[in-house]
Design a protein around this ligand. Structure first.
Ligand code: F6R
Length: 260
């Protein structure tokens, strides 16, 4: 893993955008995996700025979001399809229909999950996957105890995750759906490049377990240790429990001066 410990959200957004810009330079029709939630918002804001400045384009790209709540109307403001359009997609130049989300509006949710994996495969796989991490170590909605090899599937959200997400639902956990369709850890691991955004003290333990803990379903993000091309873009608070923090700073400085 390459770990960048950055001073603020602005720096996190810029480094993430630099990494995506270099992917798009090599492959203008890249397939992008999009996360919702607050962590990647500085990155999306930076991408919108660069698009408006004529520096990048998504016209040839396809995109797949990580997950979608089950039980929300598609026009609910906190459904992930609405979120990703509002915060990012509608501000740049993706072609009509180029951004897909799992279909949670069907009686055949397992079929919809399998179709989603097939659609990602048909698109050639994900070139650049955006991730956040939950305070319990989940990525997408793969909760502690889930299979490290899972494909897109129906998941039950743990109370910790629902409490964390209640801030988007009038601070009322009862309004937070209990289920979602989520890309599996096996699906995510097939992305060619993964960039994970993380901020805040509340994520510090999860970051430590992801980077320095044993690989275990107890902390699902720890599976990323097996991926050859992961970037973790963290602020000081999120990185504060890392034991080898000075090594990561040194490695990142060397990497960034040669590559970014
Ligand atoms: C979002 C997702 C989740 C979030 C995670 C962190 O599509 O799959 O795994 O990335 O819950 O959420 P935030 O960024 O809101 O702290």
């Amino acid at each position: 893993m390459k770990i960048a410990i950055l001073p603020d959200n602005e720096a996190i957004g810029k480094v993430g955008a630099d990494i995506l810009a270099s992917t798009l330079k090599d492959k203008p029709d890249a397939v992008i995996g999009l996360a919702t939630g607050s962590s990647p918002l500085p990155f999306y804001r930076e991408l919108i700025e660069r698009y408006k400045a004529g520096e990048i384009s998504f016209a040839q790209c396809k995109a797949f979001t990580l997950d979608e709540y089950i039980g929300l109307e598609p026009n609910h403001p906190e459904s992930y399809v609405q979120f990703i359009h509002r915060e990012f997609v509608d501000h740049v130049d993706f072609a009509e229909g180029a951004v897909k989300t799992p279909n949670a509006q069907t009686d055949d949710l397992n079929g919809a999950a399998a179709d989603y994996d097939a659609a990602i495969k048909d698109a050639g796989g994900v070139d650049f996957q955006v991730l956040g991490i939950g305070s319990d170590g989940h990525i997408a909605f793969n909760e502690p105890g889930d299979s490290l090899a899972s494909r897109t599937h129906v998941v039950f959200l743990h109370d910790q995750t629902r409490r964390d997400n209640a801030r988007f639902f009038d601070d009322d956990i009862n309004q937070v759906p209990k289920e979602a369709i989520s890309q599996g850890l096996g699906t995510i691991q097939e992305a060619r490049k993964i960039v994970l955004f993380v901020q805040g003290k509340g994520k510090a333990r999860a970051v430590r377990e992801m980077v320095e803990g044993g690989i275990s379903a107890r902390w699902p993000a720890s599976v990323l240790q097996l991926h050859p091309n992961v970037y973790v873009l963290a602020d000081e608070d999120a990185a504060s429990e890392l034991e080898l923090i000075s090594n990561y700073r040194e490695d990142w400085d060397n990497f960034a001066s040669a590559n970014l």
